[in-house]
Design a protein around this ligand. Structure first.
Ligand code: AMP
Ligand code: GLY
Length: 421
């Protein structure tokens, strides 16, 4: 089959890499892709939110299945647009994608479905929001309703911090329409784990628990980023915890959505905090995680194309979703300055030396080919290098040996990815 993957980051490189291992797949396109994807598969110069152009491409090339990486086109209704034209696509339609597109929608659904989550209220008025914070006290968490690329969450330690966040979102409207509704919720503590599952509307098959590393620097210091690395499985989230997340969060959400008439199909991702009183749901995402996918795909022993086909055909109950009994660690190499301003266009050295290592995969994120045909940095997160091993020690030793072979001016990475495992 011919597959089109939408996106151009490390997650999409990992999806292409895994799909290429399937005997069913003979051609992989990626829109827009990146230098690493284009070197092996075929980049298509169409932006992820140009839904009309993506539909036309899929029609003209007779694509058998399209797989969507980022949330933006899902929330904008790419699945509805493809299906209206009889094109097969993997992902939820716009209505269920609101689980990620609107935090107020997600929290209300969690409350209705009895999903364990922090207590919350929804506000559009700053005076009422401040009064609520005065009444319940701090620390407290303020969240913009809409998707604002991971920047919409403020964990406020004091009333003044909470008040400033409320003012920024509701009065100064720093996120525009995405922040004119906010969710204020209780502050939880504990280790975080990401649990992704394949869903065909009915059957739920979980992947491995993954821990992301969101802060820029070692020991979880520095600003929040799109993710500086990940590892799987998570030793302190054993199968009993994954089962609890499936049974108390994912399945109830899928059932609540099915009750509204539009089944959830694709990947559902629960962001979970393991609190002293048990797992609590922080958020749902409507897609594969990044960089979670970069550690899950190398451990997946089933055929990804077969799974995606089964989801599209509502036959997920008929096929296995299995994982190797190994450990995986992904270290992100980022541009100096990220997540603030950074330079791009820096030539990257050592990619082949790292990529040729045993049990190592070099997934590109922000990279491109320059006019001199060199691979150069082209984003904040530039590469995600993953290694697997019989143990975490082996995977970590391998991944950092690979990372040390790669360099570009200003590039940095965390040296403690997977240390908690
Ligand atoms: P979210 O986009 O909802 O996952 O929030 C982003 C990050 O904010 C999470 O990964 C947590 O680290 C933090 N966070 C979100 N909600 C809470 C909460 N209720 N209590 C403490 N931290 C939270
Ligand atoms: N790694 C966090 C996310 O994909 O949302």
């Amino acid at each position: 089959m011919k597959v089109l993957v939408i996106g151009g980051g490390g997650r999409e490189h990992a999806l292409c890499w895994k799909l290429a291992q399937s005997p069913r797949v003979h051609k992989i396109y990626c829109a827009p892709g990146n230098a690493g994807i284009g070197a092996v598969y075929e980049n298509v110069p169409i932006a992820v939110d140009d839904i009309e152009a993506l539909c036309l491409f899929a029609e003209q090339q007779k694509i058998d299945l399209t797989v969507v990486g980022p949330e933006k086109p899902l929330i904008a209704g790419i699945v509805d647009a493809f299906e209206a034209r009889g094109l097969r696509i993997f992902g939820p339609s716009a209505e269920p994608a609101r689980l990620e597109g609107s935090k107020a929608f997600a929290k209300r659904l969690m409350a209705r479905a009895g999903i364990p989550t922090a207590p919350f209220e929804v506000f559009t008025d700053a005076v009422a929001a401040r009064a609520y914070v005065r009444a319940v006290g701090t620390p407290i968490v303020i969240k913009a309703d809409g998707a604002v690329a991971g920047k919409g969450v403020v964990v406020a330690q004091t009333y003044d911090e909470a008040s400033a966040a409320i003012g920024a979102m509701l009065e100064q409207k720093i996120f525009g329409a995405a922040g004119t509704t906010i969710v204020i919720e209780g502050c939880l503590t504990g280790e975080e784990v990401s649990v992704m599952a394949f869903v065909d509307g009915d059957t739920v098959k979980p992947m491995l628990g993954v821990q992301d590393h969101k802060r820029a620097f070692d020991h979880d210091a520095g600003p929040n980023t799109g993710g500086m690395g990940a590892y799987a499985p998570v030793p302190f989230a054993p199968q009993s915890v994954i089962d609890a997340v499936v049974n108390t969060m994912i399945r109830p959400a899928v059932e609540a959505i099915r009750g509204t008439g539009i089944p959830y199909r694709g990947v559902i991702y629960a962001g979970v905090m393991l609190t002293p009183t048990g797992p609590q749901c922080l958020e749902f995402n409507c897609r594969f995680g990044d960089p979670e996918t970069q550690v899950v795909m190398p451990l997946l022993t089933s055929d990804l194309a077969e799974i995606l086909d089964a989801v599209a055909d509502v036959e997920l109950d008929k096929i296995p979703v299995t994982f190797a009994d190994r450990s995986a660690v992904c270290v992100v190499m980022a541009s100096g300055g990220y997540p603030g301003p950074y330079a791009t266009g820096k030539p990257i050295k050592g990619l082949d030396a790292a990529g040729n290592m045993d049990a190592v995969a070099v997934f590109h994120a922000g990279t491109k080919r320059n006019d001199a045909n060199e691979t150069v940095s082209d984003g904040g997160r530039v590469l995600g290098i993953t290694a697997t091993g019989e143990s975490f020690d082996e995977a970590r030793a391998r991944v950092y040996a690979a990372v040390q072979k790669v360099s570009f001016e200003g590039g940095f990475y965390r040296s403690d990815i997977g240390a908690k495992a």
